[in-house]
Design a protein around this ligand. Structure first.
Ligand SMILES: Nc1ncnc2c1ncn2[C@@H]1O[C@H](COP(=O)(O)OP(=O)(O)OP(=O)(O)O)[C@@H](O)[C@H]1O
Ligand SMILES: [Mg+2]
Length: 277
């Protein structure tokens, strides 16, 4: 176990007192979390953070709030160096079911995304480099329906990187992928974070092992219990003991961290916490 040197500086994403109800049903309650710029000496280091929680707890709802697509019942989301209120379209968002335009080829899907942010000539150059980098060059002329699940997913991640600023949200990026493809997506995420100091990847997932292996910060969503009755309280939240700094714990930025005993112990601890929640 090695704890690499780092410092935390300015905030890049701030969730402050988020609550969400649908038709009077409280789904999320008083959620606060802050992603800070991670600085590692002599390196360009973006950040990867993870939000965990059981199925149905409200992870995708939280994602839509972080992406500015859903207005929370209470609380605020602020993004970027300027910490401005989030607006739809500023944050890259790869949804749990990653949609592409089915009537356009893969190449055109990416070009449309790139041209939202870049001049046409730059958009083309960037799109070419992403196709290459994501192993999709050979499939550029295919329509999305002809792509495999993993290819679609990589295309969706590339699309969001091409058109958004530094923040990208991935909702269940590993679901439905085989082991080799999970490794591929992991590599891409790691690569994204070395492209720019401010790049921040937020992974929302119930895949504990994979998310923990990639993240430098983690938050666990759970239902707290009523102290008197032991009954779960409505609305999932992040309890103080469920905020983890993996960089400080010496579990971040290790090549093969899954093989380390401390990593296994920590994942076991998380499982216990989830079972008890
Ligand atoms: N628009 C909506 N109206 C009413 N209820 C909703 C709406 N969107 C989500 N919900 C409810 O909010 C809860 C949380 O849903 P969400 O999709 O965020 O779960 P999740 O943690 O992402 O689950 P999974 O791990 O299965 O993807 C669910 O009970 C869902 O039915
Ligand atoms: Mg979900």
């Amino acid at each position: 176990m090695t704890a690499h040197a780092y410092t935390h500086t300015q905030p890049l994403l701030t969730l402050d007192g988020i609550a969400m109800s649908f038709a009077g049903e409280l789904i999320l309650r008083d959620i606060s979390a802050q992603v800070l710029d991670v600085i590692r000496p002599g390196m360009q280091q973006g950040q990867v953070v993870g939000f965990y929680g059981r199925s149905g707890i409200g992870k995708s709802v939280l994602c839509r709030i972080m992406a500015g697509l859903l207005v929370p019942t209470a609380g605020t989301v602020r993004v970027g160096e300027g910490q401005q209120a989030v607006a739809a379209g500023r944050v890259g968002f790869v949804q749990q079911r990653y949609p592409l335009f089915d009537h356009r080829t893969l190449l055109d899907n990416l070009l449309v995304a790139a041209e939202r942010k870049h001049a046409p000539a730059d958009a083309r150059t960037l799109t070419e480099s992403y196709l290459e980098r994501f192993g999709l060059s050979a499939h550029r002329k295919k329509y999305p329906a002809l792509l495999s699940g993993g290819q679609r997913q990589r295309a969706a991640i590339a699309q969001q990187l091409l058109c958004s600023d530094h923040l990208i949200l991935l909702d269940e990026p590993f679901s439905g992928l085989d082991v080799a493809m999970i490794d591929e997506v992991k590599k891409i995420i790691a690569e994204v974070t070395t492209m720019d100091e401010l790049n921040t990847v937020v992974i929302v997932s119930h895949d504990l092992v994979t998310t923990t292996a990639l993240a430098d910060r983690l938050w666990l969503l759970s239902h707290e219990r009523d102290a008197a009755t032991g009954a779960p309280l409505p609305g999932a939240t992040i309890s103080p003991q469920h905020q983890y700094n993996l960089a400080e714990m010496g579990l971040a930025w290790h090549e093969n961290v899954e093989a380390e005993p401390e990593f296994t112990q920590f994942v076991e601890h998380l499982k216990q916490e989830i079972r008890g929640s």
